[in-house]
Design a protein around this ligand. Structure first.
Ligand code: C2E
Ligand code: MG
Ligand code: MG
Ligand code: MG
Length: 269
């Protein structure tokens, strides 16, 4: 990475995301990547914990860089968020999902950055794309990872309410890892809670994690909310999560994120 000069390989190093020069390199390459269709979506199934049938998929963006190969979203989403690229990236993701929906079972969850939600025209542009593509709102789930607390009455909360009013379900992602507060539950602000995978990962080593997950599931059940556990990697975790009362399960032991089958993916040819 140190030798990267003009036009050379961008050094994708998460430790360098704070570095302004590095950030500009990534931004320039990402801008081109969106235009040149170098992004792709992988879909990870979410299973119903009662029937173990697929009930939805989560769309996860990847960047197939011409030189660096596959780049994970944690390497470029933060850069996109610091520039206006996140809006274009988000729009690309939504259009791709709408085009892929016909080949997917159940609803599809897209990840939306709080930066996108802050734009007052977010819901409007989402609505336009759904109408243009003839997509049912009830097949779309919006997952939000907060990087700052979402205040009642804020632009973000207003847009969340608008999404839900039109039939789009809204999930709070990585619940328990960020700023998620109990008032989200009290105010019925979301439809789905996604338990952060660190709680699942530490199930065996620290029983308090299982108690917390159980308690969240109890509250969720009484409020008729769904609870999806992320990062289910072992059979043991799976059993414990089902016992705790999670309604949905997602993780490597059930299904990894994968591109749509290439033979069916006519548009990607
Ligand atoms: P996330 O929304 O919490 O997505 C779940 C992450 O956990 C994904 O990482 C997924 O590949 C990974 N994962 C799934 N099952 C397991 C498991 O059993 N074990 C472990 N260790 N990991 C598992 P990924 O794809 O690298 O995405 C990272 C984050 O990037 C996502 O976290 C999401 O916040 C963000 N992201 C992904 N796609 C998009 C997008 O289209 N737009 C935006 N704004 N953010 C996105
Ligand atoms: Mg997510
Ligand atoms: Mg998550
Ligand atoms: Mg996340």
């Amino acid at each position: 990475g140190k030798n990267a000069g003009r036009g050379c390989v961008v050094p994708f190093d998460p430790d360098m995301l704070g570095d302004e020069r590095h950030r500009r390199f990534v931004e320039r390459d990402l801008r081109a990547a969106i235009l040149m269709d170098e992004l792709e979506l992988h879909y990870q199934p979410v299973f119903d914990s009662r029937t173990l049938k697929v009930k939805s998929h989560e769309a996860l963006v990847r960047w197939r860089h011409r030189v660096r190969g596959m780049i994970a979203p944690d390497m470029f989403i933060p850069v996109a968020e610091q520039s206006n690229l996140i809006d274009r990236l988000g729009e690309w993701v939504l259009r791709r999902v709408c085009a892929d929906l016909g080949r997917l079972e159940g609803a599809v969850a897209i990840n939306v950055s709080p930066v996108q939600l802050r734009r007052t025209d977010f819901v409007e542009s989402l609505t336009t794309i759904l109408l243009e593509t003839g997509t049912d709102t009830n097949r779309i789930i919006v997952e939000i990872t907060e990087n700052a607390p979402l205040k009642a009455g804020s632009v973000e909360m207003q847009q969340i309410a608008a999404l839900r009013a039109m039939g789009v379900r809204v999930a709070i992602d990585d619940f328990g890892a960020g700023h998620a507060s109990l008032h989200y539950l009290r105010d019925f602000a979301f439809d789905i809670i996604k338990i952060d995978r660190t709680y699942v990962a530490e199930f065996a080593t620290n029983p308090v994690n299982a108690m917390i997950v159980s308690a969240v599931c109890d509250i969720a059940r009484s409020l008729s909310l769904e609870v999806i556990a992320e990062g289910v990697e072992t059979q043991e975790q799976l059993s414990m999560l089902v016992a705790a009362g999670c309604t949905g399960l997602q993780g490597y032991c059930l299904g990894r994120p994968q591109p749509l089958q290439p033979s069916l993916n006519v548009n990607a040819a």
